[in-house]
Design a binder for this molecule. Structure first.
Ligand code: DMJ
Length: 869
């Protein structure tokens, strides 16, 4: 039995008098028990059990990859097979990590050593040397190939070398992995062949960039992190191989980014033009697009001991703490106008930042932000790819990203607070409960529905298992001294001795550019061991405590004193109760409240005394998205095929167009609309179909608008996605002003998109109408005016349980007139039956069915889109 102080929980239950207080205390007690658990230290045995669990999970994930997928790049854990590029439907830029080089194997190599699986490591190294080719005719992302493959080869080489030197194993090893790393480095180098020195985002492993056979080199932009996350791997490669060219190129790219920082704010943007060095996206944060640029400045200093990196980092860090960090939040601001935040959501990649702050020795904000992230995981099980500043889901996907585990590990190292072990334990449990599938672990398509996606990215094995295993291991239990290494952004291990044992190659020092600067706390400081590892568990707790109910989850129910709530006085002077009554709502205040104090209130207009019964919301409402549709109106569809679509937060507002926007559809070329549009003539005056991915919605829209399109339908690139299973979302701009975009824009999932592309293939002309769903043609079942007879009464004391608490709010009970409810249900049932008959018939006849493909995000459509033409 868990204890509260010295007293067990049951003591509280038995000493309470009324039923209500018993309930409240029980809930409080349970929550406190959970809290006690969170703060309780963890015994060695318990840690060992969790560590074994992590090993078992790793075996399941890695074993599945080796069994079902190897030598493919990635495992498809739902199909139990490998993902081979070109053999699976193209997912856009995500696929640029796949170079037909057994990505997951290479990314996992040094994890095998950390987890003390030395036989498996030796075997995996043999396989890598024997099977992996790095000269495939494939266009890959320079950034991803660097951090996953080059980093993976270098980390594994360092480990292999160490084991060989110990003389116990790997005696056959002759630096093969280092030779492979060097080969790969040379294959990436053509990307740096730009006048600026900023690398191209993609390279063809066999043909480079500007070669006519390379199929790449037309890109003009790259992300800041993409250009600024090379130095660790490239410097390590230079120092291990003696070839300075790699480190020189990585330094040059960093110099450009530094030089192009906004001098007023000391911030950088998210996307930069690699030819003219102009910023393409000026929003600035610490998450997607920028994250590891900052990480690499700090870590380059630690690895290479070169002050220039620390100075740059410190100046950026001051700016981040001034404008971006609003503990516990990390916001995105405009780099030129940093007091203005540019969006109301955060992305999950920023979860690495508390870990970096630990390295920086700035524990307080690290603890605050980490606690905020933990609260979000409690509410949504995992960190959604993006969540609002009110902690609602903005983009519900979860790719098994490791950043939260990474920060948890760093915070545990820094504080020694067992709370972080409990956080780690919750990560382990959630992965097993919600992501584990028979052939591995599957990404979550949407944390709200828990549906899975057929992908297990290689970083899950490279990073997640390392950080989790290290969290639960004693230093002495590890096969290497972990403090001798620095983790790359992909958690590959590079020895910190590199700068002393392998000095910089000649000409490799970046000149310290004399920056005259307002000095502050961070300008000249080094990470300090004292602040870094205070090893005082209660230090973190006092900081955390103010954030523990941030999202409302886990708060105990405390009845609150009577409060006054202002209800609006209507223009027509009606009393609030009458005003509500005119809407069919009758309000009955608690008798006791009225009896005791009602008389005093009589003369006070506009103030109605009621009891506020709960304060905090248990589950946040999702952001409301107004469903739109794409309605096919030309023959043979004649309005009968209606595809559910999501709107955009920018472009023409379709809710303001009485009749929607009509036009015939034409596929954009290139289909992603990320390069120059080469079928402008065909598109002129038509609605473009464009595939999601590779670049921002706003960039695509701009190009298509310039090409003369009158609207755009974006089609999801994720295979099989559909509006029945995935909640709709609103497309957002690119952080900069999107006022120049005046086209109507809608988004359809891939199954609905397939209906459009199939229609286009079959018929020369397909006219569609874009409009809000409620205005679709022939939709005569106009929303019934609300004719429910709602009775409201206020909750009795103790009637609400803790789980129902929401707030700040009034809690009413709705009592719907039974008769009306029944009528509605019957009508719905009849409607479904009719649709079902029509669909079944259409299936048999193979004819067009008068059905709606995914017509509602919540109700299942009666016919899938594949039955439509
Ligand atoms: C990893 O590949 C790296 O950590 C990268 O820097 C960004 N995040 C992914 C995993 O989420």
């Amino acid at each position: 039995m868990a204890k509260m102080g010295n007293k067990p929980c049951w003591w509280l239950i038995h000493s309470s008098r009324s039923r209500m207080s018993t309930t409240i205390l029980l809930i409080t007690c349970l929550l406190t028990w959970a809290k006690c658990q969170e703060n309780q230290s963890m015994t060695q045995e318990e840690k060992l059990v969790i560590r074994d669990q992590i090993i078992e999970m790793f075996d399941h994930a890695y074993g599945s990859y080796m069994k079902y997928a190897y030598p493919a790049d990635e495992l498809m854990p739902l199909s139990c097979k490998g993902r081979v590029r070109g053999q699976e439907p193209n997912r856009g830029d995500i696929d640029d990590s796949l170079g037909k080089f057994s990505l997951t194997l290479i990314d996992t190599l040094d994890t095998l050593v950390v987890l003390n699986k030395l036989d498996d490591f030796e075997d995996a190294v043999r396989k890598t040397v024997r099977d992996v080719r790095l000269d495939n005719d494939v266009v890959v992302s320079v950034f991803e190939t660097n951090i996953r493959v080059l980093g993976g080869l270098l980390g594994a080489h360092v480990m292999a070398d160490l084991l060989r030197q110990r003389g116990e194993r790997m005696q056959w090893y002759q630096d093969e992995l280092l030779h492979m790393a060097k080969e790969l480095g040379h294959r990436l180098l053509p990307a740096f062949n730009t006048t600026s020195g900023l690398p191209y985002p993609k390279v063809n492993l066999r043909y480079g960039v500007l070669n006519p056979l390379s199929r790449t080199g037309t890109e003009s932009d790259t992300c800041t992190a993409c250009a600024g996350t090379m130095i660790l791997e490239f410097a390590a490669l230079s120092r291990l191989s003696g070839e300075s060219v790699f480190e020189e190129n990585a330094r040059k790219a960093l110099d450009v980014l530094w030089d192009r920082r906004q001098r007023g704010s000391d911030l950088v943007g998210t996307v930069i033009n690699i030819h003219n060095e102009e910023w393409v996206r000026r929003d600035s944060g610490v998450g997607a697009g920028i994250d590891s640029y900052y990480e690499y400045l700090m870590k380059a200093y630690i690895l290479l001991g070169d002050n220039v990196f620390l100075e740059r980092f410190n100046i950026h860090y001051s700016a981040i703490m001034k404008y971006i960090s609003q503990p516990p939040l990390l916001l995105n601001v405009h780099m030129h106008n940093p007091t203005v935040s540019v969006r109301s959501w955060m992305d999950s990649l920023l979860a690495f930042f508390p870990g970096l702050q630990v390295l920086r020795g700035d524990l307080k904000p690290a603890i605050e932000t980490h606690e905020m992230l933990y609260q979000v995981t409690k509410q949504h099980k995992f960190l959604p790819e993006a969540f609002t500043t009110e902690f609602r889901v903005h983009w519900g996907q979860h790719l098994l990203r490791p950043e939260f585990a990474e920060s948890t590990y760093y915070l545990y190292k820094a504080t020694g607070d067992p709370y972080y072990l409990r956080v780690g334990q919750s990560i382990v449990e959630k992965l097993n409960a919600y992501a584990r599938v028979p052939c591995g672990f599957a990404a979550v398509q949407d944390v709200r529905t828990g549906t899975h996606e057929d992908r297990m990215d290689s970083f899950f094995l490279a990073e997640m298992f390392k950080y989790l295993y290290l969290l639960f291991s004693e230093k002495t239990e590890l096969p290497i001294d972990i403090d001798d290494y620095i983790f790359t952004t992909e958690a590959h291990l590079l020895p910190v001795s590199l700068s002393t044992t392998k000095p910089p190659c000649p000409g490799n020092d970046t000149e310290t550019d004399p920056v005259s600067h307002e000095e502050d706390l961070f300008t000249h400081s080094c990470p300090s061991l004292e602040t870094l590892f205070p090893n005082n568990p209660s230090f973190a707790k006092t900081i955390r405590d103010s954030y523990k109910y941030l999202t409302g989850v886990g708060r105990a129910f405390h009845p609150l004193p009577v409060r006054e709530i202002e209800l609006p006085l209507h223009d027509n002077g009606m009393e609030p109760v009458e005003f509500l009554k005119s809407m069919g709502i009758s309000l009955t205040p608690l008798n006791e409240v009225m009896a005791g104090e009602g008389r005093r209130q009589k003369d006070r207009k506009g103030v109605y005394r009621v009891k506020l019964v709960a304060e905090l919301s248990q589950t946040q409402e999702e952001e409301e998205v107004l469903p739109h549709v794409v309605q096919l109106i030309s023959p043979p569809y004649l309005g009968r095929t209606v595809l559910t679509a999501g709107p955009a937060k920018f472009g023409l507002d379709l809710t303001k167009q009485e009749h929607g926007v009509k036009g015939s559809i034409v596929k954009a070329s290139p289909y992603t609309a990320c390069g120059p549009i080469d079928n402008a003539q065909e598109l002129e005056g038509h609605i473009a179909l464009a595939l999601r991915g590779d670049c921002m919605f706003a960039a695509k829209a701009r190009r298509l608008q310039e090409a003369g399109a009158i609207g755009v339908i974006f089609i999801d690139h994720r295979e099989g996605s559909n509006s029945e299973e995935t909640p709709l979302f609103q497309m957002v701009g690119d952080g900069d002003s999107t006022e120049d975009i005046n086209l109507p824009l809608v988004f359809v999932f891939s199954r609905e998109g397939a209906v459009l592309t199939a229609a286009l293939e079959e018929h020369q002309n397909v006219d569609v109408l874009l409009l809000p769903k409620e205005r679709q043609l022939g939709h005569d079942k106009t929303e019934k005016p609300v004719s429910m007879n709602i009775k409201l009464r206020l909750a009795e004391e103790g009637e609400l349980d803790e789980g129902a608490a929401r707030g700040p709010t009034l809690e009413f009970f709705l009592e719907k007139e039974q008769l009306l409810l029944k009528e509605e249900e019957e009508e719905e049932l009849e409607h479904r039956e009719q649709q079902h008959k029509a669909c079944t018939k259409a299936d048999k006849d193979g004819r067009t069915a008068p059905c709606t493909a995914g017509s509602s995000p919540t109700t299942k459509s009666n016919c899938g889109p594949d039955t439509n033409p």
